[in-house]
Design a protein around this ligand. Structure first.
Ligand SMILES: *Cc1c(COP(=O)(O)O)cnc(C)c1O
Length: 363
């Protein structure tokens, strides 16, 4: 049997008829960028998250970039972010000229709130909390520290659509929640797409203007903006998938609960769930000191796995100018050397799950 790390067409075939109907509707509508599908999606997604406003954008990276920009964070400002995140989180900060300050992650792979304060300087302006792998960060403590030091809070929810902390959706705690709808995310489009959510009307308005060349009215440009528009096709297809989120979440949770029950917890460090947090399982990440050997062994059994992420941002070539060296963030680096994401996707069959579990436990 062959099991790939991800098989995206399964998620399409689950609702093939609905997706195809919507795609034809959009093609035949004669309106392709920023139209009624986009505004309907914005309304429906805002309601799903429990926020007043949602503004559709071109990608998750754009959402982060625009979020910090609208908060006025730029050159000379420092933003606290966890060291083990996807590099796009960090680029959202540095695209504005601001400086990322890396905080070590906790045992749930999210920002370790107890280590935030030691990194705060007089230049610190914001915290970027990334709800990595689909589990909500410790938002209670993060918000407390932010309040105490008058910091803005941005949430990177690219992996956490629908995840909650204390019964409240991720993306609604801070000033702005940033979402990606890249095809492999839990709420995925069929191309690039992203959004911000916020309860601040001014931020939502500014984002709407910024995404369309800084214009509110056609050919009247208020600010120097960008082209970060969401198109009708992606918005329409996202609306179809959004209607099925509950079913999709239940399906992924079922797979991961089985992994948790049946994988050998003595051999591998299985994911843990924080009290008060929910996990929507964007990734099922285990740890092993023999990770590379395990990955190769699984590949020989025709099982695909991925590493999220092999090179932490502070050690990547792109951020060499920040001057970090190996050993500067030991927890982050240990995770990079030991994490492994098992196959997980919508429409994964029970036989595929059994095969992965069997092979893993035989390692
Ligand atoms: C995917 C992702 C992004 C970037 O989203 P894009 O839509 O690919 O630009 C940002 N942060 C995290 C944590 C992600 O997983």
């Amino acid at each position: 049997m062959k099991v790939m790390a991800n098989t995206l067409d399964r998620g399409f075939f689950m609702y093939q008829e609905e997706f195809e109907k919507k795609a034809l509707e959009v093609l035949r509508s004669g309106w392709y960028v920023l139209g009624k599908e986009v505004s309907s999606f914005e309304e429906e997604f805002a309601e799903y998250v429990g926020c007043k406003h949602c503004v559709g954008l071109a990608s998750g990276l754009d959402a982060l970039w625009i979020a910090f920009r609208l908060l006025g964070i730029g050159a000379g400002d420092e933003v606290l972010v966890q060291g083990n995140t996807y590099i796009a989180s960090v680029m959202g900060i540095t695209m504005n000229g601001a400086t990322p300050v890396f905080v070590e992650p906790d045992e749930y792979y999210n920002l370790d709130a107890s280590r935030l304060e030691e990194k705060i300087t007089e230049r610190t302006r914001a915290v970027l909390a990334v709800h990595l792998y689909g589990q909500a960060s410790n938002m209670e403590e993060i918000m407390e520290v932010a309040k105490r030091h008058n910091l803005r809070v941005v949430e990177d929810c690219a992996q956490s659509h629908g995840a909650k902390f204390d019964g409240r959706m991720t993306g609604t705690f801070g000033d702005i929640g940033c979402f990606s709808f890249y095809p492999s995310k839990n709420l995925g489009a069929f191309g690039d797409a992203g959004a911000i959510v916020t309860n601040d009307e001014k931020i939502a308005e500014d984002a709407r203007i910024f995404r369309n060349y800084g214009s509110e009215k056609r050919y009247y440009n208020k600010v120097i903006g960008a082209n970060s528009r969401l198109d009708e096709m992606q918005a329409g297809l996202l609306r179809v998938r959004l209607r099925h989120m509950e079913e999709l979440e239940t399906q992924k949770r079922g797979i991961c609960e089985r992994y948790l029950r049946e994988l050998d917890g003595e051999k591998f460090l299985l994911p843990r769930i924080r009290e008060g947090a929910t996990h929507i399982w964007h990734q099922f990440v285990i740890r092993s000191d023999r990770r590379d050997e395990l990955m190769k062994y699984l590949r020989d059994q025709d099982i695909g796995t991925l590493i999220h992420y092999p090179i932490p941002p502070h050690l990547s070539e792109a951020y060499r100018y920040l001057g970090f060296r190996k050993g500067d963030l030991p927890v982050t680096e240990k995770y990079a050397d030991t994490v492994l994401s098992l196959p997980l996707f919508y429409g994964m069959t029970e036989e595929e799950q059994s095969y992965v579990i069997e092979c893993m436990n035989r390692f």
